[in-house]
Design a protein around this ligand. Structure first.
Ligand code: G3P
Ligand code: CA
Length: 253
């Protein structure tokens, strides 16, 4: 198992190489690896029968040929859906991967940021989502190359209760109110703080660096991504969730 250098501005392929491949599919993750990204970011939630499925939205409509909530279908039914054709006919036949399938393909070859979607905590499952994610990472022997993040801080607190060493990251959109992030990050012994690029100011980078916490950024808009990359690199961030992996690799060079 290689060791990963975390001390430079990491190129995290956001939902895989999502600028050119259908997000959160094996095609997008393999392309990110091929393009030279340091890691991938992916989104995970639970199927109706409590299995870990990799998809961003709460519903199937935007990125598959299915409709309705992801949590309304069992894993076998989700596996029948096409998750590539919406992006381009060339990707017809891509499926919604399980977390285990993604880790089988890229695990140990690059870093993986697993974002647990808040809605996963609302699905009634025999094994809670955070325990399943932890088990999956451990079974793949990837404790040293995974960061788990969430907008749901109670998921992160429960994960910290389950494992003292797993790297955890908190997500911040800028819309949260009355949260002392410094205290929260201490409570979960966070590895990283993930913030929307538009919310970042140099003082935030300095503050979290003082506490030894990495600062990673993302942007929702593909249009302003190149500018956002330049701005946050200037501020000294530790990594960027890039939709266009090639842009970021060129800019940080
Ligand atoms: O993890 C960073 C980013 O992916 C969070 O936002 O909506 O793209 O999952 P979203
Ligand atoms: Ca995400």
């Amino acid at each position: 198992m290689p060791t990963f250098d975390l001390d430079h501005s990491l190129c995290w392929a956001h939902r895989g190489f999502s600028a050119k491949y259908p997000e959160n599919t094996l095609a997008a993750f393999e392309a990110a690896l091929e393009a030279g990204a340091d890691g991938i970011e992916l989104d995970v939630t639970l199927s109706r029968d409590g299995r870990l499925v990799v998809i961003h939205d709460e519903t199937l409509d935007r990125t598959t040929d299915g409709t309705g909530p992801v949590s309304a279908l069992d894993w076998d039914e989700l596996g029948d859906l096409d998750a590539g054709r919406w992006f381009d006919e060339a990707f017809a036949g891509q499926r919604l991967p399980s977390l285990s399938e993604v880790l089988d393909v890229v695990g140990g070859k690059m870093l993986v940021n697993i974002e647990i979607k808040p809605e996963a905590a609302c699905v009634s499952a025999d094994v809670p989502v955070e325990q399943q994610v932890l088990d999956c990472v451990r079974e793949h022997g990837l404790m040293d190359s995974v960061v788990v993040s969430s907008f749901d801080y109670s998921i992160l607190l429960r994960l910290r209760g389950l494992d003292a060493d797993l790297r955890l990251g908190t997500l911040f959109t800028g819309e949260e109110e009355n949260i002392d992030f410094r205290a929260l990050l201490q409570a979960i012994d966070a590895f990283s703080f993930h913030i929307r690029a538009a919310e970042l100011i140099p003082e935030i980078v300095d503050l979290f660096h003082e506490d030894g916490i990495k600062v990673y950024c993302w942007t929702e808009s593909y249009d302003d991504e190149a500018l956002a990359m330049e701005q946050v690199l200037e501020m000294g961030v530790d990594g960027f969730f890039a939709n266009n992996v090639e842009y970021f690799l060129a800019k940080r060079a």
